[in-house]
Design a protein around this ligand. Structure first.
Ligand SMILES: Nc1nc2c(c(=O)[nH]1)N[C@H]1C(S)=C(S)[C@@H](COP(=O)(O)O)O[C@H]1N2
Ligand SMILES: [Mo]
Length: 365
């Protein structure tokens, strides 16, 4: 049976199914730099929208643009496009670890660490379209609105899934994407167009984009007040807004055929690290629960708003269970703490992750 790296059984399609959400699972495989589209995690508040590309229009409106404008898909695609490799990560990635590692279960999709992927996104910079629509100097934010059905929770209709992006980020590196890994966006990932907000909480990357409301005053939505915001003890108005994702890392497996390791035999530990808008400067691994640390080698591309692979040779000296811990430091100096800041909804799990590894006795003969 297929299992994820926390030992949970996995369906034959390489996803852990959480209701309308799908979590990517690598089952000890070498993880490719680009996540194949059919293995990319899916997070849908309701049903994915069904959009007819021919009649679809993107509406740009609000008091932050000279006049209302609409764009067909062909019109968007006639602007000079960009293709970028960027990670997309759910704000709740690792939520299950609040229970597993910190003894405090938090409600919501019980993601392991599979609510992140890296894809090649093709689209037009959001700034290009905002300027084309006559962006005013006084504009402060852009509310992106999805075309999926209004979200009803506990009998309350919260309207369409939507979330504001401040104008500074909107003009910096946000894409209106229609392509994913060289193909049109699949329905689950936002066909025909979505935002990609690099390094920020996944909820900012609104799918099935229908409207951009550009305003000269800050508007809120339940997706940046009620949800996707820190609530609970120690959180106040000044520190609870969520934008950049934290620095994280994981172990993907060992080169040992049994998935563990064997005394006296050299194995290769490997995994990934990522850090929101930043790149990674260091990954350290402990095989004794965090007493001693060794620097892993970063392998291949290490770009901002992506992830990087790491590897470390290890020859275990004793049999039995080992508490393996991985922690990363990013290019802005953030290092994974021992405990993630707790919050009621279990957002941004950022602590160094512990993996129990069983070391087998040396094989006889
Ligand atoms: N319209 C709309 N956009 C959305 C969502 C949604 O439910 N509806 N989910 C958000 C969340 S919480 C995440 S993590 C990402 C997930 O993108 P993916 O399903 O393509 O991986 O999309 C975001 N954009
Ligand atoms: Mo998310």
């Amino acid at each position: 049976m297929l299992r994820d790296h926390f030992g949970r059984p996995v369906a034959g399609d390489h996803f852990v199914h959480h209701g309308t959400d799908l979590e990517t699972v690598w089952d000890g495989e070498e993880v490719p730099y680009l996540t194949p589209t059919e293995r990319f995690f899916v997070r849908n508040h309701t049903e994915p929208a069904v959009v007819d590309a021919a009649s679809w229009r993107l509406l740009v409106t609000g008091d932050g643009v000279h006049r209302e404008a609409t764009y067909t898909l062909a019109e968007l695609q006639s602007f000079s496009s960009q293709t970028q490799e960027l990670a997309l990560e759910c704000t709740g990635n690792g939520r299950r670890l609040f229970a597993d590692q910190q003894g405090q279960a938090r409600p919501g999709t019980q993601w392991g660490l599979g609510a992140i992927g890296v894809a090649r996104w093709t689209g037009v910079p959001l700034g290009t379209i905002l300027r084309h629509a006559g962006l005013l100097e006084s504009a402060v934010q852009v509310m992106a609105v999805g075309l999926d059905e209004p979200y009803v929770d506990d009998g309350v209709n919260h309207g369409r899934v939507r979330r504001p992006v401040p104008i500074s980020k909107a003009l910096d590196d946000v894409l209106i994407a229609w392509g994913m890994n060289g193909e049109p966006l699949p329905r689950d990932h936002g066909f025909p167009a979505r935002l990609i907000v690099p390094g920020w909480v996944g909820i900012a990357s609104i799918k099935w984009l229908g409207e951009l409301r550009v305003t000269t005053t800050a508007e809120t939505s339940p997706w940046n007040t009620k949800w996707y915001r820190m609530h609970g003890i120690g959180w106040s108005d000044t520190n609870s807004a969520l934008d950049r994702m934290p620095v994280m890392s994981c172990l993907d497996g060992t080169s040992d055929p049994n998935g563990g390791a064997t005394v006296g035999r050299k194995t290769r530990l490997r995994g990934r690290a990522w850090a929101g808008e930043a790149s990674i400067s260091r990954v350290e691994v402990s095989t004794d629960g965090g007493r001693r640390w060794a620097d892993a080698t970063l392998v291949g591309r290490n770009e901002p708003s992506c992830w990087v692979a790491w590897t470390l040779p290890w020859t275990p000296e004793r049999a039995g269970s080992h508490d393996l811990v991985v922690r990363a430091t990013d290019s802005t100096g953030r290092r994974q703490p021992e405990r993630a800041p707790d919050n009621d909804d279990g957002y941004l799990f950022s602590a160094a992750v512990h993996y129990p590894i069983d070391v087998a006795c040396r094989a006889a003969g």
